[in-house]
Unconditional design. Sequence first.
Length: 361
Amino acid sequence: MTELPSNTQGTDSTADDTAQELLVKLRQKQGTWVEWGEAIAQLQKGGHNPQDIFEATGFEPIQQNQVIVGAQVYSSLEKFGASPETLAYYGQRASDVLYELRLLTQEDRATAADLIFHHKLDVDEAREVAKAIKDFSRFSTPPQGFTNHPGDAVAYQTWKLARQNSDLQERSRLIAKGLRFVHSPEARKQIEQLLTDFTVVPQRPAPMLPFFRLDSDEELPRIIPVVGELPLTPDNVKDVPIITEIEPFKMVKFAGDQAWVALPGWQILKAAEDPVVIIANSEIFPNPNNTKTEQVLVVIDRDQRDWDGSSYFVFDNNGKIDFQWFETEPEQTLLGKIIIILRPKKVLDEDFNKDAWQIDE
C-alpha cells in the first residue's frame, strides 16, 4: 500500500493564517500587553523579522523586545508565586518595569515584582532594585543581620553606600531609603545605628573594565576555509562548506556546535594561556560613560583563576556563569579572569568600504 505524501501545503497555509491573525491582533491592539509579547515571540520564531512586524503592526523593534522579555518575566511571576495583586496589576500595564527584572532568577523575579508593586516604584527605581537583588544574590550566605528577602537586599545596598558616604545629606537620604525597604528587625537595627555612628568606611574603587574597540578595517578579520594540499580532486573543492560570517564580529560557525572568531594579535591575547570567548551584552557591565548597549565579546583566560582585587572575573553563580569584580576574596568558584571586553567596530557607511574605487581614489 502506497503512503500519501504529507500535506505540507496545507501546513504552510495554516501557519500563514495564524500569522495573519496575530498581525491583525497586534495592529488593532487586541488583548493585554502580555498577549502582544507572546504573539510577537511566536511571529519571530516563525521567521518574521522585527522590521516586517513593525511595518505590519506599528510595534517598533525596541518595543517588540521589551514586550517579549516582559511577557517572559510575567510568566515567571505566575510560576513562582507572585501575589494575585501583583499579577493583576502587571498583567495590564508596566511592561517596562518587568523588563528590568530580566537578569534575575525566576524565583527572584517574583519576589522583586511583589516588592516593586508594594512600593509603587517606577522603571528607574525598579532597575535599582533589580541590581541590588542581583548583587545580593552573589552571597552564599546573607551578610550578618540581613536576610534573603528582597527588601533586605535593597537595604543592604543602601547601608553599604551610606557607610561609604561622608556627605551628611546623601547619607541621610540613603538611610531613609534603607529604612523604607528593610524587612528584618536585625537589618533595621544595623541601618538605624548609622543615625548615630558617622564613621566613614572608605570605598575601594572598582578597577577599569578592559574595553577595546575595533577601529580600522585592517583589524576586522576574514576567515577562509582550507581545502587541503595538492593533489586535490574537484570534489575536495566542492566539499568545503560555505562560511557565513555572523555580525558584528564576523564570527564563523561550521557544521556542529563549535564556532571560531578571529581577533587581532594583541599582546594581552598572546600572553593568555587558555583564552575563550563569551558573547554577552554590554548592559551587564557597569557603564559609567553611558555608552549605548551593544553586543560585546568577553575574552577570559581560564588559566587565571586566582583572585586579585584589580580584575574582573567570571564565576560560578549557582550553576550559571556570571561576571563580577570582588573587593575581597570571594567564596564562589572562579572560572577565569576577564582580559578583554571587545566592542564592535563603529561603521558609519558599510557600503562605502565595499567600493574599491572610493578606497583607491
